[in-house]
Design a protein around this ligand. Structure first.
Ligand code: HEC
Ligand code: HEC
Ligand code: HEC
Ligand code: HEC
Length: 358
């Protein structure tokens, strides 16, 4: 009898420790992100942070090049975007791009070695567009990337194709199902939404389309234009992506007693509002039009090109590469001074709503 009881206690002990394996060991670090007493704290595990640290180190910076002498547009035959640089600066940029995108293949990843002016390689065509995209992000979307900026490395990290990207999911088959298309509901196990039972593709409606993210009613009684409450699930799926992409909790951007209230939200929420619009533009204006020339194996299951989300740049930290100032050593990746800052986005969000707490 006593033996059975002992065996049961031992089994219970094993079970308990198995269940606890999923918990993280203390101590944790906490940082206040909202007003005192609101419980708005960012909790991090210093051991996980330390283990991931190498991923967030900025690459070495090349020595500056001589800015004098003939322009690249005069010295070369087929330079359409970076022609204002000196030959030295242009070469420095080519070396940096090689380190960021194709360190293994070298220059020939984009160039026909017999003729560098030749535009026959798809990778060169894509890269020229990527230079323009990077310039657009750095100059037009300062509301998001500030002066920190991005280079090819922010997304590519030495790889031909960035590690974190998304493809549209084919719609779940609805024919013959009594309840129609379930959009992945009740099927846990989709990484894009933190394995939660939520609509599995929050990206197509928000990072390509302009679906309404905010659903909280602003009037006591329903009015015609009100966003349906079922929208809450797709919004939640997006919010989980944003939290995971940045490695932060909901309180990094919301006072959870009033998710919708801009006046109680930390500044990071406003910066994210611009981030959503920036990602939308990057995908619609730059990524999607590059689809036709892409090799088939680079496309997703619906024939769509790889697209950008928050994780593409952030990779689990609140500022990509822990806030390293990427643009300082590569001003050529911003548009020449005087480029307009995106103001249409500003006017979309009534400024009276942006009164971030400090
Ligand atoms: C990831 C793609 C990529 C890699 C790698 C790359 N380049 Fe380029 N290269 C380009 C693009 C794009 C242009 C056109 C730039 C423009 O139109 O402003 C270009 C243009 C050039 C030109 C001008 C040719 C002409 O006459 O028009 C030279 C020279 C050049 N690259 C040299 C190099 C060298 C040297 C390397 C290796 C150290 C290199 N490139 C690596 C993308 C690349
Ligand atoms: C905002 C993120 C982002 C930035 C910044 C970025 N890229 Fe990309 N790039 C992507 C994504 C996503 C893809 C995948 C699309 C695809 O399949 O071609 C890609 C694809 C490419 C490819 C095609 C790879 C292939 O073999 O099909 C090249 C070449 C490339 N990028 C070069 C560059 C260069 C050069 C820069 C900097 C001037 C740059 N990228 C900046 C996100 C980015
Ligand atoms: C990195 C910042 C950020 C994080 C983290 C974040 N949110 Fe959001 N949230 C936003 C922004 C920005 C909006 C408004 C989006 C828009 O209008 O385009 C929003 C909107 C919402 C809304 C809709 C409010 C309304 O007006 O109807 C809800 C609800 C919400 N978030 C819940 C959450 C939850 C739950 C989490 C944690 C799982 C979370 N958020 C994490 C930035 C964030
Ligand atoms: C093209 C790369 C890129 C993409 C994509 C991107 N971000 Fe950022 N983000 C940055 C950079 C660079 C910074 C640093 C700016 C700074 O120094 O404040 C930043 C900063 C932020 C911050 C401020 C962090 C802080 O603690 O001050 C938030 C919040 C944020 N991003 C949210 C988002 C969200 C949400 C998305 C997806 C909708 C997103 N970002 C997509 C590049 C990007």
């Amino acid at each position: 009898m006593a033996q059975t009881r002992f065996a049961l206690i031992a089994a219970a002990g094993v079970l308990a420790s198995t269940l606890l394996v999923g918990c993280e060991r203390l101590p944790m670090d906490t940082q206040q992100v909202g007003y005192r007493g609101t419980g708005m704290e960012q909790v991090t595990n210093p051991r996980i942070v330390a283990a991931n640290a190498p991923r967030h180190v900025a690459p070495p910076v090349l020595d500056p090049a001589d800015a004098s002498g003939p322009r690249a547009s005069q010295a070369y035959q087929n330079v359409k975007v970076l022609g204002h640089l000196s030959v030295g600066e242009f070469t420095r940029t080519m070396i940096a791009i090689t380190n960021w995108v194709s360190p293994e293949q070298g220059c020939v990843y984009c160039h026909n070695p017999a003729n560098f002016a030749d535009d026959s390689m798809q990778t060169k065509i894509v890269s020229r567009r990527m230079v323009q995209m990077t310039q657009e992000i750095n100059s037009t979307w300062k509301n998001h990337v500030v002066d920190t900026g991005v280079t090819c490395y922010t997304c590519h990290r030495g790889k031909n194709v960035p590690e974190y990207k998304w493809f549209a999911d084919p719609p779940a088959p609805s024919a013959g199902r009594m309840l129609g298309n379930d959009f992945g509901q009740n099927k846990a196990g989709k990484k894009s939404v933190g394995n939660a039972s939520l609509p599995y593709d929050p990206f197509t409606p928000y990072f390509l389309g302009k679906d309404e993210i905010r659903f909280t009613a602003t009037t006591a009684l329903p009015v015609n234009a009100q966003v349906p409450l079922k929208q809450a699930e797709v919004t939640h799926a997006l919010m989980i992506h944003m939290s995971e992409g940045l490695g932060v909790g909901c309180v990094n951007c919301h006072n959870t007693r009033a998710f919708a209230e801009w006046s109680q939200s930390p500044p990071a929420r406003v910066q994210s509002w611009y981030g959503i619009r920036m990602v939308r533009e990057v995908n619609n204006v730059f990524m999607v039009p590059l689809t036709p020339g892409q090799p088939k194996e680079r496309l997703g299951r619906t024939g769509d090109i790889a697209k950008v989300n928050c994780t593409t740049c952030h990779q689990g930290v609140n500022k990509p590469l822990n806030g390293a100032k990427m643009l300082t050593a590569h001003p050529e990746l911003a548009k020449p001074a005087g480029a307009p800052v995106r103001t249409s986005a500003l006017s979309e969000l009534p400024l009276s709503l942006i009164k971030p707490a400090n």
